[in-house]
Write a protein that binds this ligand. Sequence first.
Ligand code: GDG
Length: 490
Amino acid sequence: MIWDSAALKEAVRSKIGEHKFIVVSNREPYIHRRTPNGIVCERPVSGMAVALDPVLQACGGIWVAHGSGEADREVVDERSRVAVPPGKYSYTLRRVWLTPEEEKGYYYGFANEALWPLCHIAFTQPVFRQADWETYRRVNEKFADAVLEEMNSDTGFVFIQDYHFALLPRILKQRRPELVVAQFWHIPWPNREAFRICPWGEEILDGLLGNDLLGFHIRNHCQNFLDTVDRGIEAKADYERFSVTRGGVETLVRPFPISIDFALIDRLANCQQTAGRAEELRAEHRLNYKKVGIGIDRMDYIKGIPERLSAVDRFFEKYPEYRGRFIFLQLGPGSRTEIQKYKEYDQTIQNLTAEINRKHGGSGWEPIILFRSHLPPQEVVAYYQLADLCLVSSLHDGMNLVAKEFVAARSDGEGVLVLSRFTGAARELEQAILVNPYATDELADALKTALEMPREEKSKRMERMRETVREYNIYRWAGKIITELNRRLV
Ligand code: GDG
């Protein structure tokens, strides 16, 4: 059976039934912004929002999230609630308001300067500030208040997203032990040696063990979590059942590889508008008669962007016959620019691009085009379509949705995926050219292999990967989690 939106809705109806279903995430599924034409409601581009929106629409649940849009306060009622999606009104978005200090300490500080580098082995040292930790704790309490207010005296499920809320499950369980609480951790879980440096490691583990179900992308992250718990806190890890028991209560630890809406991207890729836009982009960037490689990422140090640019540099050194014949496009928006490390990273990428373009470019041709802005979703697909290869060179990545989107956008069987071994996606997309992003020569050679791969082989590999992503799609991800949660309730 291939999971789709209808199958997911059916699963929700039969498994969640009369129980309340509350999703918690930092990022909201709908954002209200002011424009010269009045307030508009936008959808942030996020795989998680795409997956969970139909679940909430099917069961009329509640989504609790940080109200971060500049017009968010203008559209809510006195309880900070707004009905969404606009015009359809199937569920409630409950916004939680944070002060700039709270956002700084909880989001930029502890979540993104401590937990993010701690969980990714990308050799960026985490910053552990006592004040950030205290703010993180306070904000987790604040979200708990909002969730419990929404739950009222009902029974139900709370499904928490990500590393912004490591303490929330325990707080919820302390106040309402009968609730079924699950969490999905969208980033890797490191090995226990790496995790040991966190000054508040025990509190974080205890917080997470408030969950009935804790999900990671891959089995290896689950195993790392079990190891960390086994040595780091008074609890019993069961490697057979993949669970942890603390204080007599069990937390199931399971892999649920996240994915994309394959059918949606496939449809977008095959519509004429997208093909037209791809042609326009080819002309705008002067890509005609050239081979094209692309990378699309938030500018984040885990994505290995300088490493990939160095490989492009090495590629032209080793294979100068490609000068003037190959262009690499690095796309995607800036990210977390309030954090110094990210500002420096962005500067490094700009400098490196300029240096490589100076070194190899000439006669109206530059080897790298760096285009740092937020693209409309259809344009992302148009870029996937015009590329001969897509390069994902993350130093470490929980899953990486770009790799799966590229595959979904290539029903033409053309296009080669060059994929870092250190992504969760590499476990499923075995027919990609798998690479070590730290090995510059290996990466440079992979570019050549991709560009010279015979058509038949390209299309065979692509078809296998497309089958995988078609089946293991985002609806399956959500459906499997809901099925597991339901077992806990009955
Ligand atoms: C975290 C984990 C895990 C990028 N630029 C634009 C744009 N994008 C879209 C891509 C893709 C998404 O952003 C990025 O997803 P990733 O999975 O690659 O990366 P993270 O943001 O780091 O996500 C990751 C994920 O959570 C889900 O669990 O896979 O491992 O780090 O969808 O297409 N979209 C648009 N314009 C852009 O300029 N519209």
